[in-house]
Write a protein that binds this ligand. Structure first.
Ligand code: CA
Ligand code: CA
Length: 249
């Protein structure tokens, strides 16, 4: 049945997807780190399959990608985290599994990892922006098959994204009386935001970077390119913006 979420079918699909991964498709960035979703006793449970694969590290690709995948160009990106059903359970009639943003930095971008459909609810194409990215709504529907979305940013440092998993109607509204939602926080690290190591992310880092007084490979890809300077500049700018907004509160 299409509405029945079964772990074994998700694993089989995963194997098929890996075999069919088209040439030139962006890499996940490392081994798959599954985020297991279970419903038991009228309660969602969400947890990491392998705690050693959390957090994950974003990486850049200087060569860049083409077509829809170009949204990842000049960004740190990673798709190791993958939603995966654990155990045997199904949504109640008329419900779908939804995921929504509870808290995440504005600069974090999320793109759908592959084409899929949730019958009668939504249809997604690979690299479609979700979870608030590019003006998208803050939630997306999941059909229970393994899904490795891409997370990307141009801000160096450690970033967290907290999501809630719940049963929703066709519009993503929580269904009253359904299984209690669960939250999970994904953590992403990206290069070095403070190359001069003085505990502050500010213009001195960029000055030292230009003067070659620090390790200039701030995105950690093993080469010093103009992208390193660009990312450092964007990181400092983002920090200044956060500082200004907090001083207005
Ligand atoms: Ca610094
Ligand atoms: Ca670099």
């Amino acid at each position: 049945m299409p509405s029945t979420l079964v772990l074994n079918s998700a694993v089989a699909l995963a194997a098929t997807m890996l075999a069919n991964n088209p040439a030139g498709s962006p890499p996940l960035g490392g081994p798959m780190s599954h985020v297991l979703v279970t419903v038991a006793g009228d309660q969602f449970f969400v947890g990491f399959e392998n705690a050693s694969l959390n957090p994950v590290a974003l990486g850049t690709n200087v060569a860049g990608f083409e077509e829809e995948a170009a949204v990842l160009n000049r960004h740190g990106f990673n798709a190791q985290y993958g939603w995966l059903v654990s155990g045997f359970w199904a949504p109640p009639p008329g419900a779908s599994v939804w995921m929504r943003v509870i808290d995440q930095a504005e600069h974090l971008k999320t793109y759908i990892g592959r084409d899929y459909t949730v019958p009668g609810v939504a249809s997604y194409t690979q690299f479609e922006p979700i979870l608030g990215t590019a003006g998208s709504v803050d939630r997306f529907a999941w059909n229970g098959t393994m899904l490795h979305n891409y997370t990307a940013t141009q801000v160096l440092g450690t970033h967290e994204a907290t999501y809630e998993v719940y049963f929703g109607d066709a519009q993503g509204n929580v269904i009253p009386g359904s299984a209690a939602p669960a939250q999970v926080t994904l953590t992403f690290t990206f290069g070095t935001a403070d190359p001069n190591g003085d505990g502050r992310v500010d213009i001195d880092d960029l000055y030292d970077w230009h003067q070659s007084r620090v390790d200039r490979d701030v995105d950690g890809d093993g080469a010093v390119t103009d992208l390193d300077g660009d990312l450092l500049m964007r990181t400092i700018r983002d920090g200044e913006r956060e500082l200004m907004s907090s001083s207005r509160r």
